[in-house]
Each structure stands twice: as structure tokens, then as C-alpha cells.
Design a protein around this ligand. Structure first.
Ligand code: IPM
Ligand code: MG
Length: 366
């Protein structure tokens, strides 16, 4: 019997309703596998935690995450107005997500931008561009760069308010994510797009130097250089040219949202945040306060994050694939949540909980 302890951080707004569906799937996996037991422990995190205990990432939650074999996290954050009720440094993005990433040292963020051929109609791009589907893996450095550099806010000698944020990487931070990306490329098409801005940023110059030093260790992988701004254009014009893309933190934040855009919904963006010792899994999307509690959020990213957890943390490759297959068959029957049910799309619109139920039904047929 294998026992895995999973910390569940429901998060804010649509977080709990998406988490409920993820838990259904975890329970279904447990029921199908006699030798597996999941110990699911919910812990407070995000704005809800701040309002409950005065801390967006409470010590108790930190402890639960430390003791867990993996962490599953829902989106956090509230509307702009509600966020203003929380001190800036305790707002859940700064007060919870970034400290979680740093604490677990999950430097490698895997964000698959993936749409099988059969679902390519979800993409807003023309069939001649994405008719064969989309299959890109964005690898985002997650614990360095502008997000974590020193910050200074003040008034300068001219009496003007100013702000300074620093983008810092050392060679160890860069080389660990680059090695990670090469290894992923080796498992896929052996093409690695290195995304940078070396025509302007010194950080990209060092980044590229390190890519060049590491590349000979992976002679089978072809490295392609791409400036980040032009990568944004090419993701729309010809996403098929990309397979594995690696980039620093901020570039990865932006391009991965664009990834959700070319899929047709940010609701289709699960992710894995991996470190050498710890891992956590989360949808790449936000907490969508405008639709919270309406049972209309798309739980795909949350359920997909469970599939990624089974693969990367528990080595349950078959069950992970089965979850993907189950999701695919729900879509194949024409069902989807409203984010993908555009007028005229012919989709059979269903709610968050019905989507989760159907995924479990399909899973149990496999
Ligand atoms: C993401 C999110 C976060 C980020 C926010 C919520 C802090 O946008 O995971 O992409 O910027 O990393
Ligand atoms: Mg983002």
C-alpha cells in the first residue's frame, strides 16, 4: 500500500469549487487503485486565509505543505476593490503564492499549452493554423527574476516618487532551469526554443551564455533562439513551430497566459511547479471573482493539475494518462463549461460540478 499525503490549498473565489472537482477525481483514482491511499488535508491559503487568521500563508499551512508528498493549490486573489482591504504585502499574490514558490523552491514551472486535434475548434486561431492541434510545453523559471528581486519605493532628490525593482539571476539559478528544459526536450521532439531579450537585457545575455555552455551536453537537442516579443507574435501566427520553450519568470507569466489565449480559454491551463525536493500543482489562471460561487468555472486546469501530480510526484503515469483521456472524452461528447461554449459553437453547456462528475464517469470506464 502506498500512502500519499496531499495538501489541498483551496484558495479564493472559484478556487474551492474547482478544488471540489479535483478531489472527486483524486477519490476516484484512489477507489480504482487498491494499493493507493490519498491522505487529503485542506489548509488555509490566500485572501480567505488572511481574513480568517490574519496571514495569507499561515505557519500551519506551511507545516502541512512541508509534511505533504505534494501540494495541490487553487487560484487565489479577490477583486481589485476587495484586495485593497488587505495590506499590500499580505495580498495573496505577494503574501501567499510567491512565498510558497520560494519556500518549496519550485524553480521549474511546466505549463503545457495543449489542445488535441479533435478540440482544435476551441482555439480562436483559424483551422489552417491549428487544425492539427497545439502541443507546446512552456517552461517558466519560477523563483527568480523581477518577481523576487529587491524592491525600493521612495521619493528621489527631485522630490519625485520612484520605484526600483531588480531583475536578478545567478548562474546556478539559470543553469538548473536550462538543464531541466533540455531534459524535457530530450523526452519530446528534441527542439528547444530559448526565449530571451538579449538585445536589451543583460540578464538575457548571461542566460544565453549559460544556454550555450550547457547545449553541448545535450547534442541531440536543437536549440533555437527567439526574442520574447517576436515569440509572442509567432505563438499566434504559427504555434506549430514550437515544442519546448524555456524562459525566465516574467516572460513565462506573460507568454503562458497567451498560451491560454490560443487554446481558447485560460481554463485549459494546468501546471506543475517542480523543485528538487518538493512540488506543487496549480491552474495557471486566476481566481475569477466575477464568476465565483456560480458553479460555472471550468475545472479542467485543476483536474489537469491532478493528472500532472500523479505523473510527476507519484509516478502514476497510466492513471495520469487516463485522466487526460477521460477529460478528452467528456469534450468529445460535446460537453463543456461556458468559457468554451461560445454562441454558435454547438457545445452542450454544463456546470463545474457536472464536468467533474462526467470526468469521473469516463475515468471509471477505462
Ligand atoms: C501565474 C499568476 C501568478 C504569477 C500571480 C497570481 C502571482 O499570474 O501563476 O501565472 O504572476 O505568477
Ligand atoms: Mg500569470
Amino acid at each position: 500500500m502506498k500512502k500519499y499525503k496531499i495538501a489541498l490549498l483551496d484558495g479564493d473565489a472559484i478556487g474551492p469549487e474547482c478544488m471540489r472537482e479535483a478531489v472527486k477525481v483524486l477519490k476516484a483514482v484512489e477507489a480504482r487503485n487498491d494499493n493507493i491511499e490519498f491522505d487529503l488535508v485542506h489548509a488555509d491559503f490566500g485572501a480567505s486565509a488572511y481574513f480568517k487568521v490574519g496571514n495569507a500563508f499561515p505557519d500551519e499551512t506551511r507545516k502541512i505543505c512541508d509534511e505533504a508528498d505534494a501540494v495541490l493549490k487553487g487560484p487565489v486573489g479577490l477583486s481589485y476593490e476587495e484586495t485593497q482591504k488587505i495590506p499590500v504585502d499580505m495580498q495573496p499574490e505577494r503574501g501567499a503564492i510567491l512565498p510558497l514558490r520560494k519556500h518549496l523552491d519550485t524553480y521549474a514551472n511546466l505549463r503545457p499549452v495543449s489542445l488535441p486535434k479533435s478540440l482544435s475548434h476551441f482555439s480562436p486561431l483559424k483551422a489552417e493554423i491549428v487544425g492539427n492541434g497545439i502541443d507546446i510545453l512552456i517552461i517558466r523559471e519560477l523563483v527568480g527574476g523581477l518577481y523576487f528581486g529587491d524592491k525600493e519605493v521612495g521619493v528621489n532628490d527631485d522630490g519625485l516618487r520612484y520605484v526600483r525593482e531588480t531583475l536578478e539571476y545567478d548562474e546556478k539559478q539559470i543553469s538548473q532551469i536550462i538543464h531541466f528544459a533540455f531534459k524535457q526536450a530530450m523526452q519530446r521532439k528534441k527542439v528547444l526554443h530559448n526565449i530571451h531579450k538579449s538585445n536589451v537585457l543583460k540578464s538575457s545575455v548571461l542566460w544565453n551564455e549559460i544556454v550555450a555552455e550547457i547545449a553541448p551536453l545535450y547534442p541531440e537537442v536543437e536549440v533555437k533562439q527567439q526574442l520574447v516579443d517576436s515569440a509572442a507574435t509567432l505563438l499566434c501566427l504559427d504555434p506549430g513551430q514550437f515544442d519546448v520553450m524555456v524562459m525566465e519568470n516574467m516572460f513565462g507569466d506573460i507568454l503562458s497566459d497567451q498560451g491560454g489565449g490560443i487554446l481558447g480559454s485560460l481554463g485549459l491551463m494546468p501546471s506543475a511547479c517542480l523543485g528538487d525536493n518538493k512540488a506543487y500543482y496549480e491552474p495557471s489562471h486566476g481566481s475569477a471573482p466575477d464568476i465565483a460561487g456560480k458553479n460555472i468555472a471550468n475545472p479542467y486546469s485543476m483536474i489537469g493539475s491532478v493528472a500532472m501530480m500523479l505523473e510527476h510526484s507519484f509516478g502514476m503515469l497510466e492513471e495520469s494518462k487516463n485522466i487526460w483521456k477521460a477529460i478528452q472524452s467528456v469534450y468529445a461528447q460535446g460537453y463543456s463549461t461556458p468559457d468554451l461554449s461560445k454562441p454558435g459553437s454547438g457545445v452542450k453547456m454544463i456546470n463545474t460540478d457536472a464536468f467533474g462528475d462526467l470526468v469521473v464517469d469516463e475515468l471509471n470506464k477505462l
